[in-house]
Design a protein around this ligand. Sequence first.
Ligand code: UDX
Length: 425
Amino acid sequence: MANIAVLGAGYVGLIQAAGLAELGHRVAVGERLADRVDQLARGVVPIAEPGVAEVLASHEVRFTTDNAEAAAGADIVFVAVPTPPSQDGSADLTFVEAAIDSIVEVLAPDAVVAIKSTVPIGTTRRIRRYLRKSHPDAEVVSNPEFLREGSALADFRSPDRIVIGSDSQGAAERLAEVYSGLDAPILTMGPEDAEAAKYASNAFLATKLAFVNDMAILCERTGADISQVTDAMGLDPRIGSHFLRPGPGFGGSCLPKDTSSLLSQANAHGFAFPVLANVVEANRLHQRRFVAVLDRELGGVDGKRIAVWGIAFKKDTDDIRDSAAIAMIDELLRRGATVVVHDPAATLPDVEGAHQVAEALEAAAGADALLIATEWGQYATADPSALGSAMAGTLVVDARGVIDVGAFEAAGLSCIPVGRGPKKE
Ligand code: UDX
């Protein structure tokens, strides 16, 4: 059992804290937001992740606003604070630097600092150099996370791989020991390798999606069906069947941020990274193209009432960070539409011209068109005849490809699903 400190009680930090507590470690969490610490101390968990509340309730995890208090006496200090994008797309390291500064005074001479936050290649080594000014033996290792929202605790419990980036074999072994209760391959490499592996994984996934979304456009124009195409592609083990679902562009807290950051790192090293530059640009187009479809089909959306089903960046989460749905709503409003939104979990931020209602059918009432922006299960099983009666118009644009087009058309609706164009004669 090790004494663990986790700095940051966001998605990554809370999963790390819960997961390590479950493995039998003694865990203290430092979080600068006092409200959040109060909530957590009362057992209220601010993230909607299955299982986390239960684990935190049944294990002793300490929460404090004082990072130094959390880190005092810790064997391993995990840094899990945000690295949001700056204006130019590069990662803003302010929170990471502040977190390091907050523990310098109390850090045990033989403690290992593990960077879980996604940081630009070279950051871990830079932090080690900084800490070694006051702590000559300080060890800082890179230990990136590969968690998916909605299944983050399950991902912690059975990871595909654990990546540890360190030049010091001793530090790497001490970190590996913390995870010894998990059955997963542990890859030890240099800190730059680990940092790059994290970005490369997310950027590659984003590239896969940008390709599929571009291919979906071509299918729409040629009469091919993207779902048939991806079924065939996915059976090639070199391609794999995951991450081939077309949609309105990738969103969420990681893929957009990490692709922009990796591109900005490449540019800073004089490398244009053309493939990645195009992925970032293509996603910007993908996030808005369904608004152009609505505009074309309705003869302009100005003054029209558009129902939007789903605002979360994917199903089964309440997270709207970088959600394509939000980008589409903004664009609809900019073009003069009135927007009525439904989402079973996520909340629409205050914007003029759009409001949220509690039921999907209520959102569709009197709408000129419906845009399905998130692939929630309840939208896939919606009753087309009830929908047809509720709407004023007949157009359904399905940016996620979830509906049964035949059933919808039989109910008098005209459907434009992602990746499927009219059949050619
Ligand atoms: C992602 C990575 O999967 C994870 O490994 C990393 O650590 C953090 O970023 P997450 O952001 O939770 O996780 O969501 P993910 O399920 O990967 O989806 C990202 C975006 O891609 C979403 O907008 C989703 O709707 C979209 N997506 C995903 C598709 O459009 N099609 C797919 O087939 C898969």
